[in-house]
Write a protein that binds this ligand. Structure first.
Ligand code: GAL
Length: 685
């Protein structure tokens, strides 16, 4: 069976790409002037200057504003807005405007509307109602991009191109006839023959064998669960279809403009439709949108994870925080306002993890429309408000951090993460629905985070040779070649921590036989014979006294492997729960650790600390769940970020210049509860 093409992009090498060049850390927002009378625009620009805004995204939802049914594009209003911004020295992050088709287009071409898995159409009246594979939509969209890029391709105000908006936020998976045909074409490219497709999807099961490509559908709703190989390939196809759309817009822009092109990613907990490992190489600069999600157990830790992952997508380079919120969003069941100081902490937590821009959705709170109760830089209450004062304080703080721009975050620990593994793990039929992939990843990442360990989140298959510790949390799907990079890292002296559910299936979602985790059985010297998850609320105990939940498994170990802890009760009582194989890849190599259950947070933290220390990885003194401490370094400079989310002040050893307050630190720095401090460290490299 041929290996599926790994989702590697055929993009220009990074060195040939235009770079996003900006004076210091950018501070800005989405600006939707079409919602306002032109008389407001002048006040907007004056307030932007007051707050220190220097990068503004316009024309994000501009299509209906620019173009009417006759096809003519009227740039007069957009010209005026861009000139106003330019005159004020504010740079433009220019949207192509294609995010939402105007009603005249969907009325004329209803075939561009997306169709759901149950066969129902999604109609205009919201946003993003278009099929990613529709040639008709593409034609109209590219015509608009062409007009916009011709007009502003070398405008001195424009700093960056912003393709569409959050591609795939709502319309990633379309099942219309056009998408079905495109899916078949994609499958032919990947699998070659219908026999290979049958093998890859295991269609001998449940009488699913295909005899012709025309029999193959997108995974629409069925009366039972669906073929998981088909679902997995559909995820891949859907991600590729939107990437193709991005690429088409970017190509048109590049015909008229030498400026950098990006689109805003959604590296976040609640959207998982795009494999950004394949998208990232096509970006001239990586940009992300992030909103705190209060439906999660630890929203702040998720922010840190998303920021580390975005940096991974940027190959360690600085990236742009393109959107976040000054306060409440409007799309969670209860939309929490931020506490005083929280906006600054959230913003600088992103900068601490590699962001070179702090931008928001949106400039001025809408008075109408779906997002009228979403926070903005200028709230409904206007500039005479506590929130506006915080915005101006943040703008000033960001300006004081300008010198941090371009530096990078250093880390000795790699955490492997993959969207493919997310799709494969969270399938319809699986050992337990009580633990999703991302929750598993967050649990393990959270332990490292709370220990003050700097982590890079990287793609499976990346070069791991520079890391002291490689962490593989629940990476259900992994290709053989990608799995071997972990073995190679261990052979080169790194320690590895692999947790349950990892390495079980290959890229076709086919189980590796002979005992789990097939991909790393030999490295770990273990053989898991049976999964034995437990019901939520069932407490598990280990011999050491550690507590655990949700997952147990029945495992045997080889002679070379040490049992670190055993299940004291539950379905695997007496069997190993944690193992360690010392010098797992031969003399001089690192150790391979395996965790076969979900330890309770404090026990997971203690276990992670043991491995971190064994691997010789640095923990930031003073860091904790409440106090994030990270470093950005470069050109002989080192900046230590201390973000105190807690209710108590902390004192940290430090020496140098503190940038937020502009004071000298002579040995120790006090960081009050809720404050952020950034120390340019003396004598540090
Ligand atoms: C993003 C989107 C913005 C706005 C924001 C609200 O998904 O790009 O246009 O809707 O969310 O949180």
């Amino acid at each position: 069976m041929p290996a599926l093409t790994p989702p590697l992009a055929d993009a220009a090498p990074a060195t040939e790409r235009p770079r996003f060049v900006h004076q210091g850390i950018a501070f800005g927002c989405d600006y939707n002037p079409e919602q306002w009378d032109p008389s407001v625009w002048r006040e907007d620009v004056a307030l932007m200057r007051e707050a220190g805004v220097d990068l503004v995204a316009v024309n994000i939802f501009g299509w209906a504003w620019l173009q009417g049914p006759d096809g003519d594009v009227d740039f007069r209003a957009l010209d005026e807005v861009i000139e106003l911004l330019h005159a004020a020295g504010i740079r433009v992050n220019l949207g192509t405007g294609t995010s939402s088709p105007p009603p005249w287009l969907t009325a004329r071409h209803p075939e561009i509307l997306p169709v759901m898995a149950d066969g129902t159409t999604r109609y205009p009246g919201g946003r993003q109602a278009w099929c990613p594979s529709s040639p008709v939509f593409r034609r109209y969209a590219l015509a608009l991009v062409d007009a916009v890029a011709r007009r502003y391709g070398d405008h001195p105000a424009v700093a960056l191109w912003h393709v569409s908006n959050e591609l795939g936020c709502h319309n990633a998976r379309c099942h219309c006839d056009e998408s079905t045909r495109a899916f078949r074409r994609w499958l032919r490219e990947q699998h070659g023959t219908i026999d290979e497709l049958n093998r890859a999807w295991g269609t001998s099961f449940w009488s699913q064998r295909y005899t012709d490509w025309d029999e193959v559908l997108t995974p629409r709703l069925t009366v039972s669960s669906r073929n998981p190989g088909q679902v997995l390939d559909f995820h891949r196809f859907a991600s590729d279809a939107l990437l193709e759309h991005h690429r088409a817009e970017a190509e048109v822009i590049r015909r008229h403009s030498a400026l950098p092109v990006t689109t805003n990613f959604m590296v976040t907990a609640h959207i998982r439709d795009l494999d950004y490992w394949s998208w990232a190489p096509e970006m001239d600069v990586v940009a992300n949108d992030h909103y705190l999600d209060h439906r999660l157990g630890a929203p702040r830790t998720e922010l840190a994870f998303a920021a580390d992952l975005t940096r991974g997508l940027a190959s360690g380079e600085p990236w742009l925080l393109m959107e976040h919120s000054t306060g409440a969003v409007n799309w969670q069941p209860v939309n929490l306002a931020k506490e005083p100081g929280q906006m600054l902490r959230n913003s600088l937590a992103h900068v601490a993890r590699g962001a070179d821009a702090v931008c928001f959705f949106q400039w001025r709170a809408s008075l109408q429309g779906s997002e009228k109760f979403h926070s903005a830089l200028v709230p409904h209450a206007g500039p005479d408000s506590a929130l506006w004062r915080e915005v101006t304080e943040l703008g000033a703080a960001v300006a004081r951090l300008d010198e941090v721009q371009g530096t990078r975050v250093a880390s000795d620990v790699a955490v492997l993460f993959a969207w493919e593994a997310w799709w494969a793990n969270d399938a319809e039929n699986r050992p337990t629905h009580a633990l999703d992939y991302l929750d598993h990843v967050h649990a393990v990442y959270g332990a490292l985070h709370d220990l003050g360990v700097a982590t890079d989140v990287v793609r499976p298959g990346s070069d791991l040779s520079d890391y002291r510790l490689v962490v593989v949390p629940g990476l259900h799907l992994v290709r053989d070649a990608d799995a071997r990079t972990v073995d190679d890292a261990v052979a080169a002296g790194a320690h590895a921590l692999i947790t349950f559910g990892s390495g079980v299936v290959d890229e076709h979602d086919r189980v590796r036989p002979g005992g789990y985790p097939g991909a790393w059985r030999d490295l770990l010297g273990i053989r898991v014979e049976e999964f034995a998850p437990v019901l939520p609320g069932t407490a598990l105990a280990l011999d050491s006294g550690a507590g655990a939940s949700l997952w147990a498994e029945r495992m045997r170990v080889t002679d070379a492997t040490t049992v670190v802890d055993r299940f004291a009760d539950g379905p695997a009582a007496g069997l190993p729960a944690i193992t360690r194989r010392t010098e797992a890849a031969g003399p001089g190599s690192g150790d391979a650790w395996y965790l076969g259950t979900l330890l309770d947070p404090a026990d997971l933290r203690a276990f992670a600390a043991r491995i971190v220390d064994a691997a010789g990885v640095r923990r930031e003194p003073g860091a904790s769940a409440d106090v994030e401490i990270t470093r950005r370094v470069g050109d002989g400079r080192s900046y230590r970020f201390i973000v105190n989310h807690g209710t108590d002040g902390v004192t940290i050893d430090a020496r140098g210049a503190e940038l937020v307050t502009g004071t000298v630190v002579d040995g120790r720095i006090e960081v009050p509860a809720g404050a952020v401090r950034v120390v340019r460290e003396e004598g540090a490299a």
